[in-house]
Design a protein around this ligand. Structure first.
Ligand code: ACO
Length: 309
């Protein structure tokens, strides 16, 4: 039995914050942000709560997968900006969806959160404990950003992405996954006492490239797939320079890496499901293609998943 993607959805707040807007807020420039990160603009949730964004993305994924909320067996929501300390945002989304009684919980793995969720969903499905699992990555990072700290406030954005997984009998499947955590590296990226994101960008950059390269090679080896067989890589969108360095390390052309960071910045747990949704809708991934996803984030956490779409 395999695990298949049957639907995807996104929610992106309407309000756009450009680099030029940021120039008026902190000592920065469009040129610095573009050359150092590849980001041009990001979305900022004004009225929207994280529950609203996650619910809208979930509804679109369910519609895309012709599934009703009550058919779900499990809802997993990855975020570092939950609505409340408790209940889990996943439970608030479950209520909004009217997915009566569906088993729902949050996971906290920062930018790797969606891949952690995918790994859990795949395990539940392959163990026969669930048939239909919704994995949501949603973030309201505008609330976790210190808008006076130019080294972080230019990097992040808000949004949500959702993916509906189902047990499959055809060749579509999650072929290999591998996740890691290393809490001793916490000081590279964490939330301070006020809840603001603090980061040692230069050190994190090097760790990000090295750890994602290693974990990508590990899943490829596990599945006996060569890098050149991959149709598309969906990397976490933290910095276009990290993505380009990863492409070089894996010996793959940049064109094989999906990039939308210029539009949304780093949306942490939402970044991979948003990119996956756009890549599918733009026809960049077709049934049967091999797709590699990888992320690294606070924890530190990192991981990769290889699937046949
Ligand atoms: N505008 C203008 N100048 C700036 C800005 C800004 N917004 N921010 C920093 N600078 C200055 C610094 O003060 C420094 O000045 P100095 O040389 O006079 O000291 C200079 O620019 C260079 O700063 P660096 O931090 O060395 O810049 P770098 O090239 O490393 O780029 C960046 C910074 C973009 C943060 C990069 O290091 C990076 O992307 N790191 C990794 C981020 C990452 O992997 N995140 C993933 C996880 S995120 C999550 O889990 C939530």
């Amino acid at each position: 039995m395999g695990t298949k993607i049957v639907g995807t959805g996104v929610y992106l707040p309407k309000s756009v914050l450009t680099n030029f807007d940021l120039e008026k807020m902190v000592d920065t420039s469009d040129e610095w942000i573009m050359t150092r990160t590849g980001i041009k603009e990001r979305r900022i949730a004004k009225e929207e709560t994280i529950t609203h964004m996650a619910t809208q993305a979930a509804k679109e994924a369910l519609k895309d997968g012709s599934t009703s909320p009550e058919e779900l067996d499990l809802i997993i929501l990855a975020t570092l900006t939950p609505e409340k300390r408790f209940p889990a945002t996943a439970c608030l989304v479950q209520a909004q969806l009217e997915a009566k009684g569906v088993y729902s919980f949050d996971i906290s793995a920062a930018c790797s959160g969606f891949l952690y969720g995918l790994d859990i969903a795949d395990s539940f499905i392959k163990a026969g404990k669930a048939k239909k699992v919704l994995v949501i990555g949603a973030e309201k990072l505008s609330e976790a950003v210190d808008w006076e700290d130019r080294s972080t406030c230019v990097l992040f954005g808000d949004g949500a992405g959702a993916v509906l997984f189902e047990n499959s009998e055809d060749e579509s499947d999650v072929l290999a996954t591998k996740m890691y955590s290393e809490g001793s590296l916490e000081e590279l990226l964490y939330a301070d006492k006020c809840g603001y994101i603090r980061m040692k960008g230069r050190e994190l950059f090097k760790v990000a490239v090295r750890s994602m390269e290693e974990v990508c090679r590990e899943v490829l080896e596990k599945a006996n797939v060569k890098p050149e067989e991959i149709s598309l890589v969906i990397p976490h969108q933290a910095n276009v320079r990290i993505i380009n360095a990863l492409a070089e390390k894996l010996g793959l052309p940049k064109e094989k890496f999906y990039v939308n960071i210029h539009k949304y910045g780093n949306t942490s747990a939402a970044s991979i499901p948003i990119a996956l949704h756009e890549a599918i809708k733009e026809g960049k991934i077709k049934r049967g293609d091999l797709v590699l996803m990888t992320a690294m984030g606070g924890g530190l956490t990192w991981g990769a998943a290889l699937l046949r779409y």
